[in-house]
Design a protein around this ligand. Structure first.
Ligand code: UDP
Length: 311
């Protein structure tokens, strides 16, 4: 089996490359390293079944030989990153999705789009089911990511319906684990970094907004199952254990032994108040559910950040 993984040098992409290599696949990784890092795939360089192509996927992609799968994961995904790279984010969601769909079509490969819980925006229902259409501000600062991903879902469904392409859409909820960038601005790297340096944790707003955190190995297992036995309808992959950001901050303080406490900052514009996946579809269709609890995954991630020099 042979796959293209776009964003293959990113946090999730590099873990997907690892899983595919482990299962005997040939992998061609595309990444322009705008938010990814060669370090994430350094252990694969020189591997006979792995190739890295440093390229922006908004430009046409040429791949020799046959392909069984195209996994399109390339995109800035942290709010800090996509607010810094608004045009690039819209382009990789639109032009990048089109190029990768064309590639899959030309090769007769199955296509998997990495979409997001941000498609639900600031949701009016919780937990979020795949049938919920979402509540997105189309001109707010977050729209560069939300609308890019909603467009990429629409384009994927159009290739499925009009061109009979075999497609999958995964809606990824907040995921954490080793290889997250220390400075990507998301809540977990921020809190762990601050705790390890003895700084107070920066809680935005009153901290009563909720998130649900999924460990990376569970997420990648869900993506692979979706590729193997899913269908074209979107599937939420995430951990349904919901907590407030304040509760999460307390947990990080406890697991790092930090006594530095918490400091409150203003809430970013359009920050979703609740987020929790309904994973009934993943359970029924894929036999998937998360296995790694936050109590297990958080210390593994703290250890990674310690080694990466956060303290
Ligand atoms: N957040 C926070 N402190 C930080 C970074 C984020 O309180 O240093 C909050 C943020 O406002 C949001 C939640 O944590 O409510 C998750 O933010 P993140 O950037 O990780 O991703 P999001 O889920 O918003 O895409």
């Amino acid at each position: 089996m042979r796959a293209v993984v776009t964003g293959g040098a990113g946090f999730l992409g590099s873990h997907l490359c690892d899983l595919l290599i482990e299962r005997g696949w040939d992998v061609v990784c595309f990444d322009n390293l705008v938010t990814g890092s060669e370090e994430n795939v350094a252990h694969l360089s020189g591997h006979a079944r792995f190739r890295m192509v440093r390229q922006d996927v908004t430009r046409p992609m040429a791949v020799d030989g046959s392909l069984d799968a195209v996994f399109h994961l390339a995109s800035p995904a942290s709010p800090v990153d996509y607010l810094r790279l608004p045009i690039e984010t819209l382009e990789v969601g639109s032009l990048g999705t089109r190029n990768t769909l064309e590639l899959a079509q030309a090769k007769g490969a199955r296509y998997l789009l990495a979409s997001t819980s941000e498609c639900y925006g600031d949701p009016e229902i919780s937990p979020q089911t795949e049938t919920y259409w979402g509540h997105v501000n189309p001109i707010g600062p977050r729209s560069v990511y939300d609308e890019a991903k909603r467009f990429s879902e629409a384009l994927t469904m159009a290739y499925h319906r009009a061109r009979s392409l075999d497609t999958r859409i995964v809606r990824i909820f907040n995921t954490y684990g080793p290889r997250m960038r220390l400075n990507d601005g998301r809540v977990l790297p921020n809190f762990v970094y601050q705790a390890l340096r003895g700084e107070p944790l920066s809680v935005y707003g009153d901290g009563k907004q909720t998130r649900s955190f999924c460990y990376v190995s569970d997420l990648i297992d869900g993506i692979y199952r979706l590729w193997e036995r899913g269908k074209h309808e979107p599937v939420n992959i995430g951990n349904p254990r919901e907590m407030t950001i304040l509760e999460f901050a307390q947990m990080v303080l406890e697991y790092t032994g930090s006594k530095a406490g918490i400091v409150f900052h203003p809430l970013p514009v359009d920050d979703p108040k609740r987020r929790c996946p309904d994973i009934t579809r993943a359970r029924e269709l894929l036999g998937w559910e998360p296995k790694v609890s936050l109590e297990e995954g958080l210390p593994l991630t703290v250890e990674f950040f310690r080694r990466a020099g956060a303290s």
